[in-house]
Structures are given as structure tokens and as C-alpha cells.
Unconditional design. Sequence first.
Length: 210
Amino acid sequence: MSGDESTLPESLRAALVRAGFADDAGSTTLITREMTSDVARARVLALRAARRRGLLAPSDWLRAIGDPDATVRREALTLYAHHGPDDLDVVAAVIDSLGDADALVVDAAAFALGEHQVAAAVDALARVAGGHDDARCREAAVAALGSIGDERGRAAVIAALADKAPVRRRAVVALANFEGPDVEAALASAREDRDWQVRAAADQLGAEEL
């Protein structure tokens, strides 16, 4: 599969958008056909239309999450965050996406896992939070760990307070879902952080606990 939006006729783009709001057999056929198009942009639009129409089976999610094109994978994970099924194979594919070569795919996967509060993803998210080369991915993983609130993620969230400022800010917010002396010590340190937004977030969290 290859291609980009420049090879997708305007008429097809418009037809796929309309198909997402239709309920006739012809629109369903169009969506189904274009989900396996040679053009990535067609697959993205068909995926959106299929989600809107409730046409996506687990096999469709799996194909899109594993698509050869990163833009399709990102779209699938973004849609999954709010509309994806709890199918075990699909959840496993989302967790596997944390190892994707594309940083934005990893970011989207972390967000989706946090939205679904997938406890099975905690160990993988902790590895991303502590070792990914891209700070956006580390930040997204920390946020997901906070959303899930599993104790296995505590150490990774606390460790993130030594990361770049955006990650540290996210870690402070994530700590709201954890308790204990180590958390209190981490927040006390964050109140002295060199970044004013980190300090403000820690102060706000402390105020909310009073």
C-alpha cells in the first residue's frame, strides 16, 4: 500500500466523508472497499467513516492499528481512544504500538491506553516513560500511568520528576492518583522545581488535598 492525499481525487474524498453520515448499502460498500485502498489517505477517511457508522469489527481495528502507513496507525489509535472495543486482541495490538518506530504513534497509543485504563499496559508504559527518546512519548506514558493509577507505575511516575519540564509537569498531575510517603516527598521536591509551572502544579495538588 502506498500513496498520499495528492493521488486521492476530490470526488472520492467527498464521497467518503458523505458515506460516514449515510446509511445506504452503496456507502457501506464504498467504505469497506476503501479501508483497503492503496492510498493511505483513503484508508484514513474510510476508517473515520466506518467508525462513525459503527462498521468496525475487531479485525478492522487490527488491520488499521498495524497499517504500513504511520498516518493510518495514528488515526486508528486516536479513534480507538474514544471508540475502541475491549477486544483482547485489539488491546494487545494497542499495547504493542508502544514499540512503534513513529513517535506520534507511540504518543497516540499511550493516550489510548490511559483513556481505557488498561492495567495490562502498565509495564510497557513504564518502559516508555523511563526510556523513550522522544519527550512527547515519555510525557504521554506518564499521563497514562497516572490515569490508570496502578501501583506498578508509581516508580516510573516519580522518576519522571527528573525529566524535562513538560514531563515533570505531567508527572506532578499523575501523582494525584498515588499515595504514600514517597509521593509526598516527590511533591515536596516538585514545589521547589526550577520550572514555575511544575511548582504551580505541585502547589495546586497540595491545595486540593487540604
